[in-house]
Design a protein around this ligand. Structure first.
Ligand SMILES: Nc1ncnc2c1ncn2[C@@H]1O[C@H](COP(=O)(O)OP(=O)(O)O)[C@@H](O)[C@H]1O
Ligand SMILES: [Mg+2]
Length: 349
């Protein structure tokens, strides 16, 4: 069998750089090595690309760059800038979270280089990453979401009182383009609102933030995979124990939070969440994969929070766990996602 030439991309010029190092270490330990010729490509926090040929532990400890060679992208491959030959590539798996990786930028780079890309394409990645566009598209598709107002850094925005007339407090203030709960705050009054906005502007970097109605209930997620035919994995549930919401510490250290998979909900709510996740996936024109995050409200409605087109990808992360619960082991999941990427057309005009 001819081995597929696969690039595994990690790191990234993003506040979620270190999250990526963990995700990729798990993936590299579990990928079926007999199926692929693997080229590891690291992106440092300044956005430089390198071909890396060292061990996985050094990636996890963020010491990979010492053994890496700068590289340039070429048609269907990468060129290490140390005089070596072009490394041919059929497909790339961007294990990159957040800006400059999950947001359509790297997907565009791969597309123009005629390299198949795991996960969503440019448009779906970019629109999913921007929480305002996600709201606009999903609201248009009739998908229930929290009430919101978008604030623009360069424009005159509604005052605290004006927003209060539209959305009752408390609110969630969130950067439109960030992740891992960076810059997300729950606010109950004007002072908290002003402090939260300052922090959210800092993390957004693109000058947009959301003021969203705070939803009473709990969070539920669903793993979705596919191109033309879509498949849902199990649903999981976030139990918040003492935190205000699922913040960075809660997500990565599980302090004050626990994840239950499958979600401890009725069969009806479980199916409702899976169905909503499918509708979101279609509305956003996703392909490959996405994790759809929702709320179950106190009166048992399921509403959308957001979607992640490159969700956390360690073997214990939510997306792989939900797929495992549905019968797809981590290594097989990687194969399935690469197969889906190879199904898509590249280099067509
Ligand atoms: N409207 C809301 N109501 C209640 N909790 C929210 C709301 N929006 C966000 N949160 C909480 O904040 C967390 C992070 O917000 P989210 O929109 O998922 O941004 P990120 O992209 O940073 O994960 C969520 O997991 C949830 O705990
Ligand atoms: Mg989230």
């Amino acid at each position: 069998m001819n081995k597929l030439n696969i690039a595994i991309l990690f790191g990234g010029q993003s506040s979620e750089y270190s999250v990526s190092l963990h995700s990729v270490s798990s993936l590299l330990r579990q990928i079926h090595r007999d199926r692929y010729t693997i080229t590891m490509i690291g992106i440092d926090p300044e956005g430089r690309f390198y071909v890396y040929d060292g061990d996985i532990d050094s990636i996890e400890k963020d010491q990979w760059k010492e053994k890496a060679v700068p590289c340039a992208w070429v048609h269907k491959g990468v060129l290490p800038l140390d005089g070596s030959e072009i490394i041919p590539l059929d497909c790339a798996f961007p294990v990159l979270h957040g800006k400059n990786g999950e947001d359509g930028t790297v997907q565009g780079l791969l597309e123009v280089m005629n390299i198949h890309c795991v996960g969503c394409d440019v448009t779906a990645s970019a629109l999913s990453m921007d929480k305002e566009f996600m709201h606009i598209i999903c609201d248009h598709a009739g998908i229930p979401t929290a009430k919101y107002v978008c604030l623009y850094e360069k424009e005159e925005n509604p005052s605290f009182e004006d927003i209060q007339k539209q959305i009752p407090l408390p609110w969630f203030i969130k950067p439109c383009n960030a992740g891992s709960s960076y810059g997300v705050h729950k606010v109950k009054n004007q002072q908290e609102f002003e402090e939260a906005c300052k922090d959210a502007w800092f993390y957004d970097g693109r000058g947009k933030l959301l003021v969203e109605q705070s939803i009473n209930g709990f969070e539920i997620g669903c793993a979705v995979m596919g191109n033309d035919t879509i498949q849902t994995g199990s649903c999981d549930e976030i139990e918040i124990k003492g935190l205000d919401f699922f913040d960075f510490e809660g997500k990565y250290k599980l302090t004050g939070a626990a994840i239950h998979c499958p979600a401890r909900v009725s069969e009806e709510t479980f199916c409702q969440a899976q169905n909503l996740a499918r509708r979101v996936y279609r509305a956003m024109n996703c392909c490959g994969m996405a994790r759809v995050d929702m709320f179950v409200t106190d009166d048992n409605r399921v509403i959308l929070n957001e979607l992640n087109t490159i969700p956390g990808f360690t073997d214990t992360s939510r997306y792989p766990t939900m797929m495992k619960e549905a019968g797809i082991e981590f290594s097989d999941l990687i194969d399935a996602l690469i197969d889906l990427a190879m199904e898509k057309k590249v280099g067509v005009c």
